[in-house]
Write a protein that binds this ligand. Structure first.
Ligand SMILES: O=C(CO)[C@@H](O)[C@H](O)[C@H](O)[C@H](O)COP(=O)(O)O
Ligand SMILES: [Zn+2]
Length: 197
């Protein structure tokens, strides 16, 4: 297959995945946005974590809350747990990579905070442990997953919300995760700061 055909295949697969996701995800995205708004109104914060591309997604989300999305408004409290290399390397070195997020959550998480846990497979052990730590801290969890939801899906409780992308390719799932993150940012701004076009 020539390169341009490969590129076209990627575009078409991404479009198809997003079209299918648009038929199933909106109710879950709405609920997740309401959970985050409730948390922020009650002076809570959103902690976010993920590995690889999903680490980037965590940072993308937290920067849009802390700084801005598409309108002028006050900064909102969010923190990506993926950025402090001293903390990440010392926890991984002294304990285990599986604990790099959970130890931060046990220190920083407060009751009423929300954890945004991102994994395309739903099986990353450090994300699973992050969810367990969040529950121990009386936090709720918004989980962005894919495939069959993996181990994360079975850990979630009725106060949590899973947004599971109906796809199997990591890249395609990540592309929808980013769209979901932008939907969450828009809905949070809309609920907290009123109508904008
Ligand atoms: O971005 C990509 C692949 O598109 C990779 O960096 C990917 O995020 C990494 O392999 C992650 O470790 C995958 O973890 P997960 O999504 O299964 O939790
Ligand atoms: Zn990627």
């Amino acid at each position: 297959m020539d390169f341009q055909s490969r590129i076209l295949n990627h575009f078409n697969a991404s479009i198809d995945t997003k079209t299918y996701a648009s038929e199933v995800l909106p109710p879950f995205i709405e609920v997740a946005s309401q959970m985050m708004v409730q948390c922020l109104v009650n002076e809570g914060k959103v902690l976010a974590c993920g590995n690889g591309g999903s680490a980037g997604d965590s940072q993308h989300f937290s920067s849009e809350l802390l700084n801005r999305f598409e309108r002028e408004r006050p900064s909102l409290p969010a923190l990506a747990l993926t950025t402090d290399t001293s903390t990440l390397t010392s926890i991984a070195n002294d304990y285990s990579y599986n604990e790099v997020f959970s130890k931060q959550i046990r220190a920083l998480g407060q009751p009423g905070d929300v954890l945004l846990a991102i994994s395309t497979s739903g099986n990353s052990a450090n994300i699973v442990q992050a969810i367990q730590a969040a529950h121990d801290r009386d936090m709720t969890v918004v989980a962005l997953t894919g495939r069959d939801g993996g181990d994360m899906a079975s850990l979630l409780g009725q106060d949590d919300c899973e947004i599971r992308v109906p796809a199997t390719s990591t890249a395609r799932i990540q592309e929808v995760h980013l769209l979901v993150i932008h939907c969450l940012c828009d809905l949070i701004d809309e609920q907290l700061f009123g109508s904008a076009n």
